[in-house]
Design a binder for this molecule. Structure first.
Ligand SMILES: Nc1ncnc2c1ncn2[C@@H]1O[C@H](COP(=O)(O)OP(=O)(O)O)[C@@H](O)[C@H]1O
Ligand SMILES: [Mg+2]
Length: 247
């Protein structure tokens, strides 16, 4: 059974349709990419998957369990298994890097304070920020902020990691480093990764499967491994996205 199964999802804000007929499955330990142009609904889809937005129609199932049909208690249990890196990294500037990484451990685990600190430090060392625990987020570079956000997302050892444009705005070397980290985290923890990305090198190198959301027709127009879609996709929008030249 799939870890996550999205069935015929329709997403709306009021009367405004964002996407419809969205269906896909994510298996444990795989990397699934969400692709599409700006404003097509990628971040909105992630918010539907992590329980921040309720679908207008369709189902989001975890291990076959319908998220929105579950009790509040069961939904909390499911959410404890999610790690999230939002598009903006969203670190709290009034807290140190370590305090930011401690947040999900305080929220989702019963660990003692010492255990939480050990876990948070371990997560920081995974993303090579072991020496920056006491820094303020404001004193980190863009790539380091993303890595700190990633440490926070993995600290509570999630089964599913949701990453919204983790390498957007980073130079190619920082971007490659982040890809390597995502692969390393997947290999070490067995977590499944859902990633919104425009970065072709990442998509071709690390994604096992993907969906392409079209802003015009407001529905998915391609589904498959990006490296395969490069050869097989015939929709002009998907081809333009996958075959685009580097700026
Ligand atoms: N809270 C909201 N209320 C109304 N419209 C929204 C809201 N959030 C996003 N939108 C709209 O939904 C569409 C998809 O947004 P988003 O998911 O952020 O796109 P993407 O991440 O693919 O760039 C956009 O037209 C955006 O303006
Ligand atoms: Mg977005």
């Amino acid at each position: 059974m799939a870890l996550l199964s999205v069935q015929n999802l329709t997403m709306r804000f009021g009367d405004k349709l964002i996407q419809e007929e969205v269906s896909f499955e994510v298996e444990p330990g795989t990397i699934f990419a969400i692709m599409g142009g700006s404003g097509c609904g990628k971040s909105t889809l992630l918010k539907h998957l992590i329980g921040l937005l309720c679908p207008a129609e369709g189902q989001v199932l975890y291990d076959g369990q319908d998220y929105w049909q579950s009790s509040e208690e069961d939904r909390n249990k499911l959410r404890a298994g999610f790690g999230v890196l939002f598009q903006s990294a969203a670190l709290w500037s009034s807290m140190t890097v370590l305090e930011n990484v401690l947040l999900p451990l305080e929220q989702h685990t019963d660990l003692s304070e010492n255990e939480r600190i050990d876990r948070a430090k371990e997560a920081l060392s995974w993303v090579e920020l072991g020496d920056y625990a006491d820094y303020s987020p404001a004193d980190l570079s863009g790539g380091m902020k993303k890595r700190a956000g990633l440490a926070r997302a993995i600290a509570a050892q999630p089964r599913l990691l949701f990453l919204d444009e983790p390498s957007a705005g980073l130079d190619p070397i920082s971007s490659k480093r982040l890809d390597d980290l995502v692969l390393d985290i997947r290999d070490r923890t067995g977590a499944a990764v859902l990633m919104v990305s425009h970065e072709l090198p990442s998509l071709f190198a690390i994604a096992d499967d993907s969906i392409f959301l079209d802003a015009d027709s407001k529905r998915p127009i391609a589904h498959g491994k990006p490296a395969e879609l490069l050869k097989t996709a015939d929709h002009p929008t998907v081809r333009a996205f996958l075959h685009r030249e580097k700026p």
